[in-house]
Structures are given as structure tokens and as C-alpha cells.
Design a protein around this ligand. Sequence first.
Ligand code: ACO
Length: 344
Amino acid sequence: IRCSRASRASRFISKGCKLVGCGSALPNLQVSNDDLAKVIDTSDEWIYSRSGIRNRRILSGNESLTGLAVEAANKALKMAEVEADDVDLLLFCSSTPEDLFGGAPMVQKLLGCKGNLPAFDIRAACSGFLLGLVTASRYIRGGGFKNVLVIGADCISRYLDWMDRRSSVLFGDGAGAILLQACDSEEDGVFGFDLHTDGNGNRHVNASIKQNETDVGSVMGFSTTRPSISDIKMNGSEVFRFAVKAAPRTIQASLAKADLKISDMDWLLIHQANQRIIDRVAEELEFPKDKVISNLENYGNTSAASIPLALDEAVRSGRVKKGETIMTAGFGAGLTWASAIVRW
Ligand code: ACO
């Protein structure tokens, strides 16, 4: 296809992008380690000493993941002083959408965004938000998009075997969102990123979709199946070993791509899965403890929501200030791992 020079230039303007808003939302129900210990063979002492988690929020009653995502996105829009109608791309990063065909369209509708903007899901477990963030920045720099909403939201609680104490005590539900905006300068809010997937590690953490033979098959004359999702299965120590190696490496790779050093960074914010993982990564990077962001104690592992949720709290509490630089990394099922250097 041929296009004129002028139309090519106007379509593919390379611009910088900046983070202009963030927001988060949580279910009302708080479940403590002691609450869990009443029904599962575990204790607050075990969970807190092995993971750093004390509480988590769990979706219940009439709450929905879509509702949480909309609430988080609205807060991000409000902070950015951008109307929902001005969003021109929406990325819904989630492994647990409430519609088989994707959660993004319903989020778009409930937010009141334009009816014709592209809105789609990104499914990459606990690395999903970073994949969304990097995708958003590329759409802005290469595709002429102006206001891109990136939402990380998950309700892992719906896929747990609550009696499996090796995994159920670690997770919580939540949503976080950021608004990334095009800017005229070469200033970039997402500079330097590194993304990976290795399906060989799928056996260490998965919730596989089983196909079950149906009775309809004999009537139809051919075999038909109906899927059911298995509970999440996780080999915690394998995932732990993988995470403490992968996270520092991917951060180093992102820093190298951005031609930056650890000493240029103001904050470390990695996926909130286990405080021991967070501490080990900070140690490996020789990064000061007081510059590490963590809210895991209150919410557990919220999968794709964990990074934007922790960012939102750190920004709203005044801890992270405008212009500060954050190195961030995600890791999880897939296996997937990813990092990006981000300026707030
Ligand atoms: N309460 C009490 N005891 C427990 C519990 C529990 N909740 N869970 C396990 N135990 C027991 C085990 O049965 C085991 O006992 P045994 O030695 O008699 O068999 C013992 O405690 C030690 O278990 P380990 O699994 O070796 O404990 P570990 O120190 O490795 O901690 C943990 C487990 C917390 C799961 C850790 O390995 C971890 O956090 N791994 C990373 C998980 C992660 O990051 N997942 C992210 C990806 S998830 C995603 O992407 C969807």
C-alpha cells in the first residue's frame, strides 16, 4: 500500500509520553491471616514470616472486577483532568476477566469512553500490567494515540482452591490504573523496557483449562467438549527461585537499554508477591531499603493490579513525587517476566 509522505508523517509522529494520572480500587471485604487460620491449616505467624502478608481484600457480594477496574480508571482520569471521552486507547490487563471474549469492552462502556476506540485485553499474569504499559507507550510514540488508559485488575480469589494453603494464603483482589499521555517533547515516561516469556516454566504455576466431553457429542455425532478451569497450582519454591533471579536481571537489562545506572533511580517497585522476594531483589541490586515501595502486607498478591495499586498509594501519600524515576518489574505465571524504567 502506498501512502503520501504527508499522511505517513501525520500518522506516525514519534512523540514522548508521560504518566499523568493513577488510581486504584479494592473490594470492601478484608480477610486477615487469622481469619484464614480458622478454616485452613495455617497461622498468621507462618504466612507473615514466609511472605510478609497480613491481610488481603476479596471480591464478594455484588462487587465485580469490572466495577473495580472502572473505579480505578475513573480516579486516574480525575487526577489527570482528562474526560473518559478523550481516551483513545484502553488496555485491560487481566488474567481473570468477567467475559470470555475480554473484559475491556465492558470497562470501556461503563467508563463512558467513545464507542469506537480500540479497547482490548492483555493477559500475562502478574507481568500483565507492565506489558500493557510498554504497549501503551509504543502506541503513543508510533501510532499517534494521545490518552491511553492502562488498567491492571485481577480477582485471583475466584480461581483458588482455598484449602490449598500453599497458594490460597498469598493472593488478594484489586485494580489499579494509569493514564499515559502523549507530549510534544522527547520526554518519555517509559524509557527502557525488557519483556520475556518462557512456556517451559508453565508447570511451576498454572490454572489450566481442561476440556470435558459432553453428552451432546453422541447426539451430534461428533465429540464436543466444555472447558473448566482448574484451580491455581503453584510450586512456590520454584517460582521464588525464578523471581529472585529474573527480576534483578530484567531490571539491569532495562537500565542498560536506557543507558542509566541504579544510582539514577529514585524508587524500586516490583510485583508484590512476597516481601522476601522484594527484599532479595533490592539486595541484589544494592538498592537502599527505604527506597523500596511495598504494600503487600495489606493486600497480598493482586497479580496484574499490584504495581499500579502500589504506585497509586505511593503517589497519593506524597512518597513518590513528580519527576521521580522508578524501576519496576513483574514476574509470574507463563512464566513471564518484564521490567520498565518509568518516570512519574
Ligand atoms: N501455612 C502453614 N504451613 C504451610 C503453608 C501455610 N500457608 N504453606 C506451606 N506450608 C508448609 C509446607 O507444607 C511445607 O511443609 P513441609 O516441609 O512439611 O512439606 C513448609 O510449610 C515449607 O513450605 P515451602 O513451600 O518450602 O515454603 P517457602 O518458604 O518456599 O514459602 C511461599 C512458600 C510463600 C509460597 C514462597 O515459596 C513464595 O512466595 N513463592 C513465590 C510465589 C509467587 O511469587 N508467585 C507469583 C506468581 S503467581 C501468578 O503469577 C498468578
